[in-house]
Design a protein around this ligand. Structure first.
Ligand SMILES: Cc1cc2nc3c(=O)[nH]c(=O)nc-3n(C[C@H](O)[C@H](O)[C@H](O)COP(=O)(O)OP(=O)(O)OC[C@H]3O[C@@H](n4cnc5c(N)ncnc54)[C@H](O)[C@@H]3O)c2cc1C
Length: 337
C-alpha cells in the first residue's frame, strides 16, 4: 500500500498550486481530478481576458491555465484524471479516498474541489452532441460574420450576445423569460448593435444538415412563430454542480450553507489532517479568486507540512536557498545566457 504525504482532490488553480507548493516542501504528492483535464472552473471561460492575477499582465484564461498546469506539474506529482472521489474515511492515521477506480492512501488530504464538479445544463432539444451548439463562450473572432442564436436563462445570455454582436453578422436572443430584469444600459447596447430579442419565446424545433449542424431554429411565442437561419448556437442555462463527495463523506466535516467547508485561512477544517483550499472553503478573509486560491494553497501546504512533521520549517525556503531548485536554476540560467 503506497501512502502519500498529501493527496489533493481537485485540479483547478488551488489544487495545482498546492501540488507545486507541496513539491517545494519535498512532500510526496498526488493530485486527482474528476474531469479529463486540469484547470477547474477556468475551463468555463477560456477566452476571457484575465486582469487580476498578481505578476501576470492581462492574458487569456486558456493561456493562464496552461501556465498554472505547467507550474503544478513541476515536481512530477502522481496524477489521476477522469477520477471522481466519492468518499473519504480515516483508518488510524491514514486517510482513504475512494472512487469507482480504486483507493488512495494518504497522511493528509487537501480538498480543492471548488464549486463541485461543473457540467453545463443542456437544452433537452439538443441532448445529443451537435457540432455548432456551444455551452462556453469562445473568442469573439470565432463568431465573425456569422449568424448567432443565443438562448438560455439569466443575464449571461444577454452578456454573451453583447460580446459576439460586435463581430457577428446577426445575433438573435431567444429566452423564455421576460427581459424586465435586464439592466437598461445593456439592453440599450444590444439595441444599438441591432440584436433581435425574442423574450417569452421557446425554441421548438431545429433543422439539421448532414454534418450534424443546426441550420435553422424555430422559435415560438404566444403571438407568433419565426424561423431563424443560424451558423452557431450558444446556450447558457447555468451549470449543474456535483457535490457527491461532501454529501457522502463519513468524516465530520463542518459545512456552511450546505456547499462550503467551514475552515480557517490556513486551510484547517473540523477534521485534523483534512484541509480545504480555494473556492470550497469559507472564512472571513476568503477571496474567491485565482489569487486567493494560490494564497490558500501556500498557507495550507506550510501548515500541513508541520502537521506531518512538527519539526519541519514553518514556511518553504525561497528559491535562492531551496535545494529543490538548484539544478533547475542552473538549467534556466543556461537558457537565459
Ligand atoms: C465565469 C467566471 C469568471 C471568472 N473570472 C475570474 C477572473 O477574471 N479572475 C479571477 O481571479 N477569478 C475569476 N473567477 C474565479 C476563479 O475561476 C475561481 O476562484 C477559481 O477557479 C477557484 O479555483 P479552485 O481550484 O478553488 O476551484 P475550481 O476552479 O472550481 O476547481 C475545482 C476542481 O475540482 C474538481 N473536483 C470537484 N469535485 C471533485 C471530486 N469529487 N473528485 C475529483 N475532482 C473534483 C472539479 O472538477 C474542478 O476541476 C471566475 C469564475 C467564473 C465562474
Amino acid at each position: 500500500m503506497e501512502i502519500f504525504d498529501v493527496t489533493i482532490i481537485g485540479g483547478g488553480p488551488a489544487g495545482l498550486y498546492a501540488a507545486f507548493y507541496s513539491g517545494l516542501r519535498e512532500l510526496k504528492v498526488k493530485i486527482i481530478e474528476a474531469q479529463p483535464y486540469f484547470g477547474g472552473k477556468m475551463q468555463l471561460y477560456p477566452d476571457k481576458v484575465v486582469w487580476d492575477v498578481g505578476g501576470q499582465p492581462p492574458t487569456l484564461a486558456c493561456k493562464l491555465i496552461d501556465q498554472i498546469i505547467r507550474q503544478g506539474l513541476t515536481f512530477n506529482p502522481a496524477l489521476s484524471l477522469n477520477e471522481k472521489i466519492t468518499s473519504i474515511e480515516k483508518q488510524e492515521d491514514v486517510f482513504i479516498a475512494r472512487s469507482d477506480k480504486g483507493e488512495h492512501y494518504s497522511k493528509t488530504i487537501i480538498l480543492a474541489i471548488g464549486g463541485g464538479i461543473f457540467s453545463p445544463q443542456r437544452l433537452t432539444l439538443f441532448e445529443n452532441h451537435l457540432e455548432n451548439v456551444h455551452y462556453t463562450l469562445k473568442a469573439p473572432s470565432f463568431y465573425k460574420d456569422k449568424r448567432i442564436a443565443v438562448s438560455g436563462k439569466g443575464i449571461s445570455v444577454f452578456d454573451w450576445a453583447n460580446a459576439v454582436a460586435d463581430v457577428a453578422q446577426k445575433v438573435t436572443i431567444i429566452i423564455s423569460e421576460g427581459k424586465e430584469k435586464i439592466p437598461h444600459e445593456l439592453l440599450k447596447q444590444l439595441e444599438e448593435k441591432a440584436v433581435d430579442i425574442f423574450d417569452h419565446s421557446m425554441i421548438t424545433q431545429a433543422e439539421m444538415n448532414d454534418k450534424n449542424r443546426i441550420i435553422s431554429l424555430r422559435c415560438e411565442s404566444k403571438e407568433k412563430g419565426l424561423t431563424h437561419q443560424v451558423d452557431e448556437v450558444l446556450i447558457n442555462l447555468g451549470y449543474d454542480r456535483d457535490f457527491t463527495l461532501l454529501r457522502n463523506c463519513q468524516l465530520p466535516i463542518q459545512t456552511v450553507e450546505n456547499s462550503y467547508i467551514d475552515g480557517q485561512p490556513n486551510g484547517t477544517t473540523s477534521v485534523p489532517g483534512l484541509f480545504a483550499i480555494g473556492d470550497i472553503i469559507k472564512h472571513d478573509a476568503k477571496l474567491n479568486l485565482i489569487t486567493g486560491a494560490f494564497q490558500d494553497a501556500a498557507n495550507t501546504v506550510n501548515g500541513l507540512t508541520q502537521f506531518i512533521d512538527p519539526k519541519a520549517r514553518k514556511t518553504a525556503m525561497v528559491s535562492t536557498h531551496n535545494t529543490v531548485f538548484k539544478e533547475r536554476n542552473k538549467e534556466i540560467r543556461r537558457k537565459l545566457d
